[in-house]
Write a protein that binds this ligand. Sequence first.
Ligand code: AP5
Length: 218
Amino acid sequence: MVVILLGAPGVGKGTQAVRLADSNGAVHVSTGDLLRAARREGTELGRKAQSYMDAGELVPDDLILGLVREHLAGLPEGADILFDGFPRTIAQAQGLDTVLSDSGFGVGMVVLFEAPDEVLVKRLAGRRSCPECGSVYNVHFDPPAEEGICDRCGAKLVHRADDSPETVQRRLEVYKEQTAPLIEHYEGHDAEMVRIDADRSFDAVYEEFRQAVVGARA
Ligand code: AP5
């Protein structure tokens, strides 16, 4: 099944997707992670994406759709996929439908994670990320065992450049302007839409998310 995790920056999409993928073998596809990897590797896509990401703007649709198409081609046929941070515009949603229908699939479920802006701002201010293995922590809510060091691989944690207060404000505006219209789009789509109150503990959010996805596959 193809599941889309929709929601504003910092709402917890990545955290919940990693946990579910670890437990049920689904493939987690985060366009943000793919873009950051492209930047680290210094590819042409990484160079093109850099200025958009640093400014909190969306990377152009054609670059994102090309990236997703290429990534999907490398996945096992029929894999369960959790899309995190994609699609982010109506054009991306339409492009995804085309890519999936070419292989006889469709979007099965859209999970909308919701939390107030002040919660998102606090979470992003406290987020620390591992540049090596991609693990995510939070100095307020989920600190690593040793300050500044990744529990999983021992690398030095970083505060993402786009988690600065000014860029976070812009990312929230961009979400409202360009991504939130996807809520209405998917309400009129064949996929099932599930709304989750993400302003709760990690475990409470995860349990509702897991049940929704596992229940839909049963
Ligand atoms: P991307 O990396 O996708 O960023 P985002 O969507 O802004 O999402 P985040 O990673 O900030 O948040 P999240 O919801 O995953 O939260 P997380 O789980 O980490 O994109 C970055 C940039 O790349 C974009 O700005 C754009 O430029 C570009 N881009 C990417 N995809 C694109 C696309 N499709 N089209 C165009 N451009 C694209 O959690 C956040 C923090 O909160 C963590 O510290 C976590 O520990 C904590 N937390 C999580 N859940 C809880 C909880 N329940 N209680 C307390 N703390 C919690």
